[in-house]
Design a protein around this ligand. Structure first.
Ligand SMILES: N[C@@H](CCC(=O)N[C@@H](CS)C(=O)NCC(=O)O)C(=O)O
Length: 274
């Protein structure tokens, strides 16, 4: 049988869906090798790794999306939630599980809602502001993947940028609508559970769960947590953002939901083994 260290995780390195998978694996000490890609350059790697079978497309991604985990038993998991659940089923126990039995249904419902409603909107807003900023995209590439891949991406930026805009529906009108949906989602969550979050509370029940992990990741493109703050890839620096993006990030960081997400990175992400 193959060793645990032969597990392979194909990622778009800076993506929040991929951070979710890494967090789930790291939390339970699962050893894996990451093949970090940049958007669009991930296609051949995912095709090859899945032997052209891919996963399933969903509301926010194609069937060739990342993360993809190839387990030590050759199983292919092509979805971030499935990867977190895999790590949890395999290594979690009653004390460490991210899906405590008594709250499982509520946690899974929240996980799905955040995936669908928050993840795609925070991504669109982030791309809308970053794609015109060649220097920021170059830094994103160079700080997350090897120099050859980064150079290919930066060289082809006008082309990748056009393809990404079309594929993800990135234009001013839709980015503004996404920012509004993000604010609305944050406000609704705040109304529902904001009071519980101060003083060290959690989204569901009284301990850290997959709901907190998912919220932190799905909101990350609008919070831009640094590696010192706990995010495991480079997302860029808040003080280098163009003014409109910086204002949104600062606004999101000040909400109770944003504060909670940052606290989860600080307290729960950094504790995980590298
Ligand atoms: N449902 C998927 C969504 C993943 C997703 O959207 N991944 C993006 C990363 S930002 C991706 O790889 N997009 C490229 C594609 O869809 O081909 C999950 O949670 O794993």
């Amino acid at each position: 049988m193959l060793q645990a260290s032969s597990m392979q995780l194909v990622t778009i390195a800076f993506s929040h869906y991929n951070e979710k998978a890494r967090w789930g694996l790291d939390r339970f000490g699962v050893v894996y090798r990451e093949r970090a890609c940049l958007p669009l350059l991930h296609f051949p790697v995912v095709m090859w790794t899945t032997r052209f079978r891919g996963g399933r497309s969903d509301r926010v991604s194609t069937r060739w999306s990342t993360p993809v985990l190839i387990t030590d038993e050759g199983e292919r998991l092509c979805d971030s939630s499935a990867i977190v659940r895999y790590a949890d089923d395999r290594h979690g126990d009653e004390a460490s599980t991210l899906y405590p039995r008594e709250h499982r249904a509520e946690i899974e419902a929240l996980e799905q809602r955040l995936h669908d409603r928050m993840g795609a909107h925070s991504r669109r807003v982030a791309y809308f502001h970053l794609l015109p900023e060649r220097a920021l995209i170059a830094a994103l590439a160079r700080n997350n993947v090897g120099s050859f891949q980064a150079a290919v991406f930066v060289r082809g930026l006008p082309l990748w940028s056009r393809v990404l805009r079309r594929a993800l529906g990135i234009d001013r009108a839709r980015a503004e609508a996404s920012a509004a949906k993000l604010r609305q989602e944050v406000a609704q969550l705040d109304e529902r559970i904001g009071d519980r979050l101060g003083e060290g509370g959690y989204l569901v029940g009284d301990r850290f769960s997959a709901a907190d992990l998912t919220l932190a990741c799905m909101l990350a493109p609008a919070l831009l947590p640094s590696q010192d703050e706990g995010y495991s890839a480079y997302l860029g620096r808040v003080d280098e953002l163009p003014p409109a993006a910086r204002a949104l990030v600062e606004e999101m960081r000040q909400t109770r939901i944003g504060q909670h997400a940052l606290r989860m990175f600080a307290e729960e992400r950094r504790r995980s083994p590298p």
